[in-house]
Design a binder for this molecule. Structure first.
Ligand SMILES: [Cu+2]
Length: 579
């Protein structure tokens, strides 16, 4: 039934990322220390010279002549200080245009680094100097916004020291930069997905998997009925990730799993781990077996500490966690891809060359009717919805009774056409769900409802306008968009400077989309009143409805898009104009 043009020997070689003894061949500078290029500079600096150059880098047997910063993947960790003005000169030695976008950083729009929107890009052989005041603190990252450079290595971490010390001091501080590596070229990946949307998905349901499905569904006939329903919709319940471990090696600080990046500690020390998901297409589920993680920051902003065993990190999100290993042993940093086709791995250990046990991967998630927007099932969010402050989609929960209702701009359900395959009939609030595949797994898993800002928001005004956006797509044709339209077919979203707006996302697709608004904060309405967490990237879960508030306080043209790189490239992109 499935005809895949990739030969079976290639599949076997690449199916999992455990590696075949291939070595990491990072440039000498990066190899000098087992910590790779993830070292945090001892002190912050406000002057940076960064060179974008092609470097031959081999990882897990896959070699790329990758565009990267100062010769390493990821590029150097940039450490800044809140309150200072930074100046970063980028030299482009490539034969093509480049750019650096400072993800999550609040700055004048012409410093945002999106070619065609906020500046002209950096032509070959040219320099460009970004200068802006640093008005925030926390963990962020940078990446190219040109062509597909981000997918092949042009990225790195940013750490901004706060003016006042972090609430919980730590003895150690590590960046944990998650990514993927492949020698398949981004344009080839896109054309493969266009030709066949499940090109990289080898794990469809089969006759062999029927007994397990029957067990899950209660009977064989129920399982068959479920299959029939999916096939009538011309969809697959196994669509989790568009690109998988078949071609990707998942990396941690630039290391493939077999080369095992290691961070050292002395038992009893508190360690801050700054997780950044710099992947182009992969969500990771992160845990450290044997260690509790205290989530203290999301997307650079402090939250009330949440003790968890696991969290999902969407593409472009960041989470800071604190751990305190007591035993004189190695602990595995385990980041399995959402579709369970591979994992990134590293180690926390009292000495080099120690390693902990690598746990087996969990079963992959299977999409359900909830993901189709068909309403409730036995969701944890059902119970959290009984919380007094909660209601559907977060509507009105932060508004005093006297405030006027916002003007709602609702395009209505998107049309069913070649650009859109599905309409969520009954989208639900899923901020109380940790995500598909993580529910009821016996571990304490972070959800968006757990995120409560340490301080109340700076803009107490209720929104005067609500903009409803449907996330839409046609998986079969690999087209993505908002409201059933591609970028090329739609005008900008216009905001007035100073305006307070509610964005409501309805996800009509059966995939997660990490939605990123440049330049402005997105304050998630998750039931905590004025203690909304400030984020720059928000995962919209399949079949969900979610709202957040935005103050349009910086004028300019801003990008607004899904951060799955190939979704952005194929239409899930809008321009937001603040004027
Ligand atoms: Cu997307």
């Amino acid at each position: 039934m499935l005809k895949h043009p990739i030969s079976s020997s290639r599949i076997t070689r690449r199916q999992f990322v455990t590696g075949l003894g291939a070595t990491t061949l990072l440039p000498n500078a990066a190899r000098a220390t087992p910590l790779g290029n993830s070292n945090i500079p001892a002190v912050s600096s406000n002057q940076w010279d960064l060179r974008i150059q092609r470097s031959k880098i081999t990882l897990d047997g896959k070699t790329l002549n990758a565009p990267c910063v100062n010769g390493t993947v990821p590029g150097p960790v940039l450490r800044w200080k809140e309150g200072e003005t930074v100046s970063l000169t980028i030299t482009n030695t490539l034969k093509e245009d480049t750019s650096i976008h400072w993800h999550g950083i609040r700055l004048p729009s012409q410093m945002d680094g999106v070619p065609g929107l906020s500046f002209y890009g950096i032509p070959p052989g040219q320099k460009f100097t970004y200068t802006f005041p640093v008005q925030q603190s926390g963990t962020y990252w940078y990446h190219s916004h040109s062509n597909m450079q981000e997918a092949i290595g042009l990225y790195g971490a940013i750490i901004i020291d706060p003016l006042t010390p972090d609430p919980i001091p730590c003895e150690r501080d590590y960046v944990i930069f998650l990514g993927e590596w492949t020698d398949a070229m981004p344009d080839d990946i896109i054309s493969n997905l266009k030709m066949q949307s499940d090109y990289y998905n080898f794990r469809q349901r089969t006759l062999a998997s029927l007994p397990k499905e029957a067990q899950h569904a209660g009977s064989t006939s129920a399982a068959l009925k479920d299959r029939l329903m999916w096939s009538r919709m011309n969809m697959a319940a196994t669509d989790i990730s568009d690109v998988t471990g078949i071609v990707y090696t998942y990396t941690l600080n630039g290391h493939a799993p077999d080369t095992n990046w290691t961070g050292l500690f002395r038992p009893g020390e508190r360690i801050r781990l700054r997780f950044i998901n710099g992947a182009a297409m992969t969500f990771f589920d992160v845990r450290i077996p044997g260690l509790e993680m205290l989530v203290v920051q999301a997307d650079g902003n402090n939250v009330e500490p949440v003790p968890v065993d696991e969290f999902r990190i969407g593409v472009a999100e960041t989470y800071d966690v604190i751990v305190q290993p007591k035993d004189n042993r190695a602990y595995t940093l385990f980041a399995q891809s959402e579709d369970r086709t591979g994992y990134a791995r590293g180690t926390l250990a009292p000495a080099l060359r120690m390693s902990g046990i690598i746990p087996p991967m969990d079963p992959r998630p299977v999409r359900t009717m909830v993901d189709m927007g068909m309403g409730h099932m036995d969701m944890p969010s059902m119970s959290t919805m009984k919380m007094p402050s909660m209601n559907m989609g977060g509507m009105a929960m932060n508004m005093p009774p006297s405030s006027p209702s916002p003007i709602v701009e609702d395009p209505g359900p998107p049309p069913l056409n070649v650009e859109n395959q599905n309409i969520a009939q009954a989208p639900i609030d899923r901020t109380g769900s940790p995500g598909d595949g993580l529910e009821h797994n016996g571990r304490r898993v972070l959800t968006y409802k757990h995120l409560r800002a340490l301080r109340p928001g700076t803009d107490p005004r209720p929104p005067s306008r609500e903009i409803i956006l449907h996330l839409t797509g046609n998986m079969e044709r690999y087209i993505w968009g908002f409201n059933g339209r591609k970028y090329s077919e739609s005008g900008p979203i216009r905001l007035h400077k100073g305006e307070r707006v509610r964005f409501t996302l309805i996800n009509d697709t059966m995939m997660e989309h990490p939605i990123h608004l440049h330049g402005l904060w997105s304050e998630l309405e998750n039931g905590h009143g004025e203690y909304r967490p400030y984020k720059h990237t928000l995962i919209s879960q399949p079949g969900s409805r979610m709202s957040y508030l935005v103050t349009a306080d910086v004028p300019g043209m801003w990008a607004y898009h899904c951060h799955l790189l190939y979704h952005m490239d194929l239409g899930m992109f809008r321009t937001v104009i603040v004027s």
